[in-house]
Design a protein around this ligand. Structure first.
Ligand code: ADP
Ligand code: MG
Ligand code: ZN
Length: 712
């Protein structure tokens, strides 16, 4: 298995659960695998496909993706093909011949072929060793992408009784899971696998929406030429945002269901082929997105629920490189949804509001967002600080204060208006507004009029949500959203029960370290990428079929000298080397000639060791370090000795949490330090090494270089 992994896919290690799943399939078990997007589900059936005799049948819902997947397999030297309605009669005949002659290891088909007369008979004459149902949630009416044709797939079990069935999906509630097991007639001893839904390489951030376009373009300054999606609520917004981004010099296009089908397909293709960087889309831009190098997903407007949030942000970083998920949050967005929901039948409408409120809670929480998100899906995140969400990285302490008086103002205003108005009107009164509706009801004469004018509207909205979360008020959504006071709320109002509140947070932008490449290496990466785009065009495949961004980054970091070094890079196997390697290697060599200063960096493909000496305190140092503070500054901020911080940094380097010495040691001094260690041995004490080097070298520098070299 391990050999096949490198030979066919060019990878050194399995991702979590891949090995277990493959072993189960090879042992002829039915398998149900629930793994998040980008976890590497395809490999779980593609690898068995090459090891098993005969052919593996893959049912996949999207015709558009089949070609890419098959192209990618062929580029890796795995004979694969697909049959669908896009082929002309001649081409189909050619493939059918090939299938009869056992030429292929994998066959992709769309579910709509199953009822086609004779098709299943044709399949049963092939030597099918494994049946795979990709995106298996499409089988369930309870899921969000139900496809009636998936219902025919029970035929697989009936017609290929000896071949195991494997169902994979990234989205399945309990209900959908049961449906999949039943509908596919999976055996009762089916092996179930559920991976963690934690997407470690994604940052989660929520920014208060103020000057959204300026905030967005500010962020994009640092992301020139990278791929991303900006999700918007309405078609008009997608067009407006795309237009403004263009005006700012970005390569952006809109995408929504109002566009002609052809134009949509074309837009998606431009995106897949790295010819347009940013798609401003409604949620119509969805399931077919398999592009691995999406570096950011922006929500220009909030999504409608936590599952939508997870799914939409989940399109970022399939290639496991760091990527950002940023949501603009503004209480007004919630209002917009409420208007949409008005058209739903009452029960559905209430459920939608409930789901929306869960999302609002996630937006407003001061807790680790990853933890809150995973909890929604029933998964307990063990750490308290993930180090990659805005809350965990915030330097602002959660500032809580006694909000009893504030709550009383709000509650008494509700009483004054007879528990007959919504939050927005209450806030208008508290802020002393003299708007039409306030005057119409003579609410400017109330004693509570203007008592809360020291707080901004946004702040009041934040506190109103907090009162709802704390159960002081409820909103009656079946009656114009009017706010009523709960018994708990009355207790606050009458008996002064203490209410503790958190101040609304301020925006702090964090950027994932998308590419920890030194400047010249980064330049090489850009050249490699341009070259890949050109070769992809020549070969008429998406760029990632040649090499994905991860591999490209590795090439730029490792600067391979020869075929052997090139082949050692993750994502390069024999077949890809033969087809593309020499040209890429030539580019690297030429680059080196004109940029002699380029250095080899450490590889990113080595897994980060989770063991970190110094525990949480060292981890906290890492968080400050990632924000750009120097060790000296961190020591000040944390009131700790500089030697403690330096100790943390050394162990962070050793555990590969910090992978570059750029901000720690002057690069011109590293070779001397290394030379000293090589001469004296890495076991030599720092004092001895320093004696050897001379006083102008500090202990820290020596220590950091040693840690780096020992990190392997
Ligand atoms: P999923 O279908 O689960 O969303 P994919 O199968 O499309 O994910 O895989 C996502 C990415 O991960 C692909 O670029 C794939 O090449 C890569 N990948 C899969 N397994 C491994 C592995 N063991 N090591 C490195 N990369 C992997
Ligand atoms: Mg997949
Ligand atoms: Zn966090």
């Amino acid at each position: 298995m391990q050999d096949a992994l490198k030979k066919y896919f060019g990878f050194e290690n399995f991702r979590p659960l891949q090995r277990e799943i493959i072993e189960a399939v090879l042992a002829k078990n039915d398998v149900f695998a629930l793994m998040p997007t980008g976890a590497g589900k395809s490999l779980c059936f593609q690898l068995p496909a090459v090891l098993l005799p005969g052919i593996t049948l893959v049912i996949s819902p999207l015709i558009a993706l089949m070609k890419d997947q098959v192209d990618a397999l062929n580029a890796s030297g795995i004979p694969a093909t697909f049959l669908n309605s896009s082929l002309d009669a001649h081409e189909r005949q050619r493939r059918v011949e090939g299938l009869r002659n056992g030429k292929y290891k994998l066959l992709y088909v769309a579910p709509e072929r199953f009822p086609v007369p004779g098709f299943i008979d044709f399949l049963s004459r092939l030597n099918v060793s494994l049946c795979v149902v990709d995106e298996a949630h499409c089988i369930s009416e309870w899921g969000h992408d139900f496809r009636a044709d998936y219902r025919n797939l029970h035929l697989l079990r009936d017609r290929f009784s000896s071949a195991p069935i494997m169902a994979v999906t990234a989205t399945a509630t309990d209900r959908v899971q049961t449906d999949i097991l039943e509908q596919l007639h999976l055996r009762s001893d089916t092996k179930l696998f559920r991976a963690s839904f934690d997407r470690k390489n994604l940052t989660y951030q929520v920014w208060p929406k103020r000057a959204a376009m300026a905030q967005l373009t500010g962020y994009l300054e640092r992301r020139k030429g990278e791929s991303g999606i900006v999700y918007c609520l309405s078609r008009e917004t997608t067009e407006r945002v795309a237009q403004s981004l263009k005006a700012h010099g970005h390569n952006a296009l809109p995408y929504h269901a109002g566009m002609e089908k052809e134009q949509r397909t074309h837009t998606q293709e431009l995106f897949d082929r790295d010819k347009v960087d940013i798609i401003c889309a409604t949620i119509a831009f969805g399931m077919g997105i398999d592009k691995p190098n999406i570096r950011f997903v922006f929500h220009y407007d909030i999504p409608k629920s936590i599952p939508s949030y997870y799914q939409e942000t989940g399109r970022a970083g399939r290639d496991s490189l760091p990527s950002d998920c940023i949501t603009f949050y503004n209480n007004g967005d919630r209002q917009k949804y409420l208007k949409f929901f008005d058209e739903k039948p009452p029960e559905e409408r209430l459920r939608a509001i409930e789901e929306l409120d869960r999302l609002v809670d996630l937006m407003e929480t001061r807790e680790c967002r990853r933890k809150a998100l995973l909890r929604y899906f029933g998964e307990e995140y063990s750490k308290n600080n993930c180090g990659t969400c805005d809350n965990c990285l915030s330097t602002q302490n959660v500032e809580s204060f006694d909000g009893t008086r504030l709550a009383q103002m709000f509650l008494s205003c509700i009483v004054r208006v007879g528990q007959n108005f919504g939050a927005s009107h209450i806030i208008d009164i508290l802020r002393g507004s003299e708007r039409g509706k306030v005057l119409d009801f003579s609410h400017h004469k109330l004693p509570t009029h203007g008592v809360g004018k020291d707080y901004q509207r946004q702040e009041w909205q934040h506190y109103a949500n907090e009162f709802r979360r704390q159960g002081l008020i409820i909103q009656d959504h079946s009656h114009f959203g009017v706010i009523k006071i709960t018994p708990k709320g009355w207790n606050v109002l009458k008996n002064g029960t203490i209410v503790t509140l958190n101040r609304p947070w301020k925006e702090e932008s964090i950027a994932s370290e998308a590419f920890e490449l030194a400047e010249v290496n980064r330049k090489l990466f850009e050249e490699l990428r341009a070259f890949r785009r050109a070769s992809a065009e020549q070969n008429n495949v998406p760029p990632f079929v040649i090499f994905n961004d991860y591999t490209l980054r590795e090439i730029a970091a490792r600067v391979p000298n020869d075929a052997q070094e090139f082949l050692a890079i993750s994502g390069v196997n024999e077949s890809k080397w033969r087809q593309f390697g020499p040209d890429f290697l030539r580019l690297v060599r030429n680059f080196k000639t004109s940029n002699p200063t380029i250095k080899r960096q450490e590889s990113v493909s080595k897994p980060i060791s989770r063991e970190l000496k110094g525990g949480d305190s060292a981890f906290e140092t890492l968080i400050y370090f990632r924000k750009g503070h120097s060790p000296q500054k961190i020591a000040e901020l944390r009131s700790l000795a500089i030697s403690t911080i330096n100790g943390h940094i050394a162990s962070l380097i050793q555990s590969r949490h910090i992978t570059s010495l750029d901000r720690l040691v002057d690069p011109s001094r590293i070779p001397m330090i290394r030379a000293a260690f090589t001469q004296l041995g890495y076991g030599t004490t720092l004092t001895e090494v320093r004696q050897h080097l001379g006083d102008e070298y500090s202990f820290e520098e020596i220590k950091f270089v040693r840690a780096m070299d020992e990190s392997g």
